[in-house]
Design a protein around this ligand. Structure first.
Ligand code: KIV
Ligand code: ZN
Length: 534
């Protein structure tokens, strides 16, 4: 990356941990391929650092961080229009973790090792069973070990917000002396208030020896709904890196949301006087991608990326908006990549208009993928008079935001009604490329469809969640379905699936099959991992 445009005094570095802390959200398992595709999108979005995972967690995690380092963190990615981000791997302050993190990130052009150890008395006493002196000694030893591998070392005192500040100053000074270049201050349990957190950061900057040679970072959790407010307070106190996740996903109540910090800095620039390197027009697209891949829906009233974030319902508001958008709108939806285009696509629209619309919406679809998407668009336009941007988003998500398709839906027929037995017949192409047909009776048409699929794809699971909603208004609207499944024979793993279609039963079948495919991919990769270690 060319850093010449980065003025450290008023640029906040965006450290994205969607693939690490974000993936720790209950049920948000991502396959290696999905992680790679998300990392590519994060690079397009312009994040400065991608924390790609926790390599010591498993050989599979190590390999997927390595892939991100090779593909997204190398010059090859730099040949495209976005800059090459730093690729970071997380490590506990233990030798094996640091060695694994280095193994994973070393193919990157700009590798970073992020190591952490807890510093609060609660953690020292109950978890680590270590004294403060031992924590300082371990910090020195492990930061130095990381430094022996790479120049860029980040250190985090876990549970910093509940630690004795004087002890924190000493641990951080030891980390700096041993070679740490970024000091990240986590509010691990989301306990802090904005005033306290701002004071903590100010205290660290004022009292830590050598801090002028390091970047101070903030990492907040949202247990009390104050993650963004705490992050902003930390930045106002002098931190210049914010650790965030897309849609705010993460452990428990999640992490600080990337889109909230970036847009707060952008919209209230006179207050903060700080900017980022983010291409804000990629925000909406990235948010949808993360939601579809993780199976974690975005709440409609979520700031910036929720479906209602730019919707105005009250008559007085609509009237004001029509008079001048600034009456009730503090930021234009286009800035975050939500188009307000009046251009309508329909069955007579050509490939060129279709492609241009996708580009305006932030999608880069070329070659065979474009052919496929255009064919789907034509099929949709035959069923729907007007194809809106929301329809196009669903079409892209349905086509591309899915796991490797071990089983593919070929056909589906359902008979349902008030009397009789709802029956579904599915035709599915299996891994051997042969079509199989199975019919089943269920409590309703969706239940019958899922049972029919189960008759071919034998993957025991419990359906935890099923959501359906209409993408647009009108009788011809597409339905969007998300499901979450709990695997019964894959270590209790939870996975999500997504499908969109003008027929909601077809959308449901796609979502269910997508989730089953994801479970099968995960199972296969775990098997490979076991075999490799035997
Ligand atoms: O929340 C936390 O403390 C973390 C650290 C590993 C930075 O995620
Ligand atoms: Zn965290």
């Amino acid at each position: 990356m060319d850093d010449s445009n980065v003025d450290v005094r008023n640029t906040v570095l965006i450290f994205d941990t969607t693939l690490r802390d974000g993936e720790q959200s209950p049920g948000a398992t991502l396959t290696s391929t999905e992680k790679l595709e998300l990392a590519q999108q994060l690079a397009r979005l312009g994040v400065d650092v991608i924390e790609a995972g926790f390599p010591a967690a498993s050989p599979d995690d190590l390999r997927s961080v390595q892939r991100v380092a090779q593909v997204v963190g190398s010059t090859a990615a730099g040949e495209t229009q976005y800059k090459v981000p730093i690729i970071c791997g997380l490590a506990r302050a233990v030798a094996g973790d640091i060695d694994a993190a280095w193994e994973a990130v070393k193919p990157a052009q700009r590798p970073r090792i992020h190591t952490f150890i807890a510093t609060s008395d609660i953690h020292l006493e109950h978890k680590l069973k270590m004294t403060r002196e031992q924590v300082i000694a371990r910090t020195r030893e492990m930061v130095a070990r990381a430094k022996s591998y790479c120049d860029d070392v980040e250190f985090s005192p876990e549970d910093a917000s509940r630690s004795d500040p004087r002890f924190l100053y000493a641990v951080l000074a030891a980390a700096i002396e041993s070679g740490a270049t970024t000091l990240n201050i986590p509010d691990t349990v989301g306990y802090s208030t904005p005033q306290e957190f701002g004071q903590l950061i100010a205290g660290i900057i004022a009292n830590t020896k050598g801090i002028e040679n390091a970047i101070v970072s903030v990492h907040c959790h949202n247990d009390l709904g104050m993650a963004t407010a705490n992050t902003m307070a930390g930045l106002q106190a002098g931190a210049r890196q914010a650790e965030v996740t897309v849609n705010g996903i993460g452990e428990r109540a999640g992490n600080t949301a990337l889109e909230e910090v970036v847009m707060a800095l952008y919209t209230r620039h006179p207050v903060y006087g700080l900017g980022t390197n983010i291409d804000t027009t990629q925000i909406a697209h990235t948010s949808r991608m993360v939601s579809h891949y993780t199976g974690l829906p975005v709440q409609p009233n979520k700031a910036i990326v929720g479906a209602n974030a730019f919707a105005h319902e009250a008559g007085i508001h609509q009237d004001g908006l029509l008079k001048h958008h600034t009456t009730y709108e503090i930021m234009r939806p286009e800035i975050v990549g939500i188009s307000q285009s009046q251009l309508v696509l329909g069955k007579h629209s050509g490939r060129h208009a279709f492609r241009s619309r996708l580009v305006e919406m932030g999608y880069e679809v070329e070659g065979e993928e474009l052919d496929l998407a255009f064919q789907r668009f034509k099929e949709l336009a035959d069923k729907k008079k007007v194809v809106t941007d929301a329809d196009l988003q669903a079409l892209i998500a349905d086509l591309f935001y899915r796991s490797e398709e071990i089983y593919q839906l070929v056909d589906l027929q359902v008979v349902a009604g008030r009397s009789g037995m709802p029956t579904a017949t599915v035709m599915i192409k299996g891994p051997d490329n042969a079509d199989q047909v199975h019919a089943a009776v269920g409590k309703g048409p969706i239940d019958a469809t899922f049972r029919a699929i189960d008759g071919i794809v034998h993957t025991p699971n419990t359906l935890l969640e099923y959501n359906v909603h209409a993408i647009t208004e009108g009788i011809d609207a597409q339905g969007e379905v998300t499901v979450r499944l709990l695997s019964e024979d894959n270590g209790g793993q939870v996975v999500g699936g997504y499908g969109a279609d003008t027929d909601i039963i077809v959308a449901s079948a796609k979502a269910y099959l997508g989730a089953l495919n994801r479970l099968l991919v995960e199972k296969a990769s775990k098997r490979e991992e076991r075999e490799a270690s035997e």
